[in-house]
Design a protein around this ligand. Structure first.
Ligand code: TYD
Ligand code: MG
Length: 457
């Protein structure tokens, strides 16, 4: 093994220091120095670089024409779960590194064990567990009904030993659960520290690129909501998947936030059952479970997730506030967006909320990031404020501009068709999204300004 020296580098400014201290001497950031392994001699450096051979092209440095590079057909292997394939952009690519993050207990180990067992029927699959014992994995496999599969297991946490064994087993798919438990002997810091996570992941990813192994890394979300500290792994891997869901609800959503092999913001929807995660094939209305009676403060919107529409319920509660700074709380939506929308509501429609606490929630633990939720959010707020229920068969979508105008959103037609399919009869939509030909059974009310929308509340 090449002798490597340990050094400390600042995560904020990149300054190097031979010893650790609480504050970076260059940029004066606190607590930003992390341990990194450094090659000391030229030969060691070369040796380290040669591990990149064929992947970053370190060996032969020459200029090539883009057109002259042969395109090798990207071969995708289905994971056996179509919803997972969808977020991966159509299946697993060999040599790709995928980071799958999420809160503890959300189902990361479960879905990977299911996927790997499926895949082990056609190829060599290796599951490395750093968190659970082999018996625990076996018990889970029995529960999932996959205990008889040809899956190879390894309980190990040292990355050098993992790579040694992987070189013998030659898996085509490998799972490391979780990267926070893995450590490298090059560094002295504890497993789970930024330096350890980064260095171990780098070694594993390098191995995956070299051998064409598809690699899954499981990452826990730290208290701050980022993956293993300051998102240290996201730039190293090809794909970042994120597991979301309300712990109380049985639905789980996998979202791609980065994907070098497909579209991002694609969603895969699963339901947690007593026999593992099952796919939800027609998810567009699973988050809609409404009272039969129309209630004030509730609006249904059609959101666009990746490549398909989804119906969700936006709820608002507006209540008299006794605080100097009334509360603006959102769950599943961006809080700043609510503050902005309320300002537009006041300025352009004269609706006052500065003496009111405003709470907005997306039912079912879904998170909506698109601006098409603006109009639904505001209609829910006004409906709650006036204590007047909106019609039960109404759907809404549209972006609210700062001038009080309603702006069109993408895929308006598809959203309306999806709502019509689920029996909605009326729609308040931006003028720019009004359909050219009528949609069966759907009365569309196109609007230009926010004040027009409030006439319907
Ligand atoms: P797990 O995959 O261990 O979570 P993670 O690896 O993300 O920490 O998920 C465990 C949870 O899922 C646990 O709360 C129990 C539940 N579960 C089921 O409901 N059904 C099942 O068949 C399995 C295996 C787990
Ligand atoms: Mg786990």
């Amino acid at each position: 093994m090449t002798k490597l020296k340990v050094s400390y580098t600042c995560t904020e400014c990149g300054a190097m220091s031979p010893k650790w201290s609480g504050q970076c001497s260059d940029c004066e950031a606190w607590n930003s120095l992390t341990e990194v392994a450094m090659a000391t001699t030229k030969s060691a450096l070369l040796n380290q670089n040669s591990r990149f051979k064929g992947y970053a092209g370190v060996e032969e440095i020459a200029v090539v024409g883009l057109a002259s590079i042969p395109t090798s057909l990207e071969i995708r292997v289905s994971s056996g779960l179509t919803e997972l394939d969808r977020v991966l952009g159509g299946g697993l690519v060999s040599g790709s590194a995928i980071l799958i993050g999420g809160d503890p207990g959300i189902g990361k180990s479960t879905i990977l064990l299911q996927t790997l067992s499926n895949l082990s029927q056609h190829c060599q699959a290796l599951y490395i567990t750093g968190e659970e014992s082999l018996q625990q994995v076996k018990l889970r496999a029995e529960r999932l009904g996959v205990a008889e599969m040809q899956l190879q297991l390894l309980a190990e946490t040292q990355v050098e030993r993992i790579l040694e064994i992987a070189a013998k087993v030659k898996p085509q798919i490998m799972v490391v659960d979780s990267i926070q438990t893995i450590y490298t002997e090059l560094l002295q810091s504890a497993p789970g520290s930024v330096g350890q996570v980064r260095e171990s992941a780098a070694q594993l990813v390098r191995y995956a690129k070299q051998t064409g192994t598809a690699l899954f890394l499981v990452g826990h979300v730290t208290k701050e909501g980022t993956l293993a500290g300051p998102r240290v792994l996201e730039h190293m891997v090809d794909t970042v998947l994120y597991f979301e869901g309300d712990p109380d609800s049985r639905f789980r959503v996998i979202r791609a936030v980065k994907n070098r092999f497909g579209a991002v913001n694609e969603l895969g929807i699963f339901a947690m059952t007593d026999r593992g995660l099952k796919e939800v094939n027609n998810p567009s209305a699973i988050f809609l479970s409404r009272y039969n009676e129309p209630v004030a403060g509730s609006v249904v919107m059609v959101t666009w997730e990746g490549s398909r529409p989804m119906l969700i319920e936006v709820q608002a509660l507006v209540d008299e506030s006794h605080l100097a700074n009334p509360r603006r709380v959102t769950v599943g939506l961006e809080q700043n967006r609510l503050a902005l929308a309320l300002a537009v509501l006041h300025r352009h429609c004269g609706v006052v909320t500065y003496n009111q606490d405003v709470f907005v929630n997306i039912v079912g633990g879904v998170r909506v990031t698109e601006t098409a939720a603006d109009l639904a959010m505001l209609l829910a707020v006004v409906s709650s404020l006036k204590n007047r229920a909106l019609p039960h068969d109404l759907i809404v979508f549209g972006e609210v501009g700062l001038a009080g105008e309603i702006r069109p959103v993408q895929s308006g037609q598809e959203r309306l068709k999806e709502a019509a399919k689920h029996g909605f009869k009326r729609a308040i939509v931006p003028f720019g999204n009004a359909p050219k030909s009528p949609i069966d059974g759907m009365e569309v009310l196109p609007i230009k300004r926010l004040s027009d929308a409030l006439l319907h509340v």
